[in-house]
Design a binder for this molecule. Structure first.
Ligand SMILES: *[C@@H]1O[C@H](CO)[C@@H](O)[C@H](O)[C@H]1NC(C)=O
Ligand SMILES: *[C@@H]1O[C@H](CO)[C@@H](O)[C@H](O)[C@H]1NC(C)=O
Ligand SMILES: *[C@@H]1O[C@H](CO)[C@@H](O)[C@H](O)[C@H]1NC(C)=O
Ligand SMILES: *[C@@H]1O[C@H](CO)[C@@H](O)[C@H](O)[C@H]1NC(C)=O
Length: 463
């Protein structure tokens, strides 16, 4: 009885191993856009030349970080890390396919990025991430800080700017109240709950002084929620990206909202950047101002599990159609996924979507648009921050694929039946024991997830 089972196990392992050598990982994304350097559409060549001469445009300081797609426009944020960023929010037209390195058009206009005559701050100072809701509004979470790595000048309060995407008019400007931000505050990520357009909520993550600011569109007010789970893990602060090693202690970062649950509320999945854990909380808690700001709600926050070694994750986004969360793994040059219907949250239940030390150096934003297309922005931010950009190579890429193709044959494939228990145990047997930083890292996604694909296919062949 036991002998027979062992034979089957060994056979399965063998078949799996044989398959591994032939199986290519999915990596089903294609590069839609790529740039060595970012350029803007100036009114004239002379304007551009003047901007370069006056150093209001320093091409080597412009790095795209956030992206969003709404209908035919692809929006990109270009934070003011250093001086010389002429516009910190811009877009390209995705129906215009004459070049894969298009020049960017400032959004909503050049004027919105320029200081007033008497030095008033520009309308938009320095947003990191943005969100277009299903109601045709673009939510811009503006840090308000200029020259972040240099003089770190705060030009305006952290603020929410909401634009009407039908005519690009500014619908609302909401500066965060002083008592909801702290000296170390830095707001880089936003999720918007838009089930009811008139009763929408924005969730804004503070990575610097870990916290969450919840904004109600209807009541035009916000409140700050604190929780231990928003804090960075002191043991997860090491990063190595493209050979550059550094330490970051960023708190609350990735925010991914589910669709409305039967109780009328969504689930917010979240993680600090310097952490390998994933957490969740119902927006029923967050939307209740008195409850969420009181200590009583502490127990409502759940821990899902850990992605394991080198599983620090940046931006995240949940595709409401499939219930799959896509997220960035900067230490692994990868974008991975997790199916929210999966009760297990471990390193094994994560799917590899795309991994490449060349085309996915530093994945910095992930979105799914209303046509089920996944979009990923990857850059060389580590070079800008710790070194300088190499102008002779491609520094920025936007990759895309249909969600269905991106998750095909991964642990997030919604057409695959749940893994039988034996496969999970096989995983334990096959799981490499080496845990040295870099090898562990590449094994995690490069080897393991593809290996898992191997076992699944092997099993199908056996049937
Ligand atoms: C560019 O777009 C046009 C019109 O949508 C289409 O006919 C053409 O095949 C596209 N070219 C490429 C290279 O995708
Ligand atoms: C915050 O910044 C203000 C102004 O720079 C300073 O006076 C204050 O001491 C700082 N508070 C903390 C807790 O660092
Ligand atoms: C982080 O990196 C430092 C310097 O390389 C090293 O001494 C330390 O052990 C690392 N910490 C962890 C938790 O890996
Ligand atoms: C807020 O939460 C408290 C505690 O669970 C509850 O008693 C109260 O009814 C809630 N308020 C709203 C408006 O849902």
């Amino acid at each position: 009885m036991f002998g027979k089972l062992n034979v089957i196990v060994v056979l399965t392992i063998l078949t799996a191993v044989l398959h591994i050598t032939h199986i290519q990982c999915n990596d089903n994304l294609r590069v839609a856009y790529q740039w060595k350097e970012i350029d803007f559409e100036y009114r004239s060549a002379r304007d551009r030349e003047e901007a370069i001469n006056s150093k209001s445009f320093i091409q080597g300081h412009v790095v795209p970080v956030g992206l969003e797609v709404y209908q035919t426009r692809l929006f990109i944020t270009l934070p003011r890390w250093k001086s010389g960023v002429p516009a910190s929010l811009a877009y390209i037209d995705i129906t215009d396919n004459v070049t894969s390195s298009p020049t960017l058009k400032p959004y909503p206009s050049w004027g919105a990025h320029q200081k007033g005559i008497s030095g008033e701050p520009p309308e938009i100072v320095s947003p990191f991430r943005i969100r277009a809701d299903r109601c045709g509004r673009l939510w811009v979470l503006d840090t308000g800080v200029d020259d972040i790595l240099g003089e770190t000048k705060r030009l305006s309060h952290t603020q929410l700017l909401v634009y009407d995407l039908h005519n690009d008019n500014l619908l609302r400007r909401y500066p965060f109240p002083a008592d909801q931000t702290k000296n170390e505050s830095f707001f880089a990520n936003i999720a918007v709950e838009d089930g009811d357009c008139e009763d929408a909520y924005a969730y804004c993550g503070d990575l610097g002084a870990p916290g969450l600011v919840v904004y109600s569109w209807k009541s035009q007010e916000s409140w700050r929620v604190n929780h231990h789970y928003f804090h960075p893990d002191p043991l997860a602060g090491n990063y190595t990206i493209s050979g550059i090693s550094f330490q970051w202690e960023d708190g609350l970062f990735g925010l991914a909202l589910s669709k409305q649950q039967p109780d009328g509320f969504a689930t917010l999945y979240f993680h600090p950047l310097s952490s390998t854990n994933e957490f969740s909380v119902s927006t029923k808690v967050l939307r209740n101002k008195t409850y969420s700001t009181s200590g009583d709600s502490f127990k409502e926050f759940k821990i899902l599990g850990s992605r394991g070694l080198n599983g620090q994750s940046g931006a995240a986004f949940l595709d409401q159609l499939t219930g799959v969360i896509f997220y960035a793994l900067p230490n692994l040059n990868a974008v991975a996924c997790w199916k929210t219907s999966n009760r297990e949250y471990t390193f094994k239940s994560q799917g590899r979507v795309y991994m490449s030390p060349v085309e996915m150096v530093f994945p910095n934003d992930v979105k799914v648009d209303d046509q089920d297309r996944l979009w990923v922005l990857s850059d060389n931010l580590q070079d800008l921050i710790f070194s300088e950009l190499n102008r002779n190579r491609i520094n920025f890429r936007i990759l895309t694929a249909h969600v269905k193709d991106a998750i095909e044959n991964t642990a997030c494939d919604t057409t695959l039946a749940p893994l039988p228990d034996i496969i999970n145990r096989l995983g334990d047997i096959l799981r490499p024991q080496t845990t040295s930083a870099k090898s562990g890292a590449s094994i995690m996604l490069n080897g393991y997830v593809c290996m898992l694909i191997g076992t699944i296919l092997a099993l199908t062949t056996l049937h």
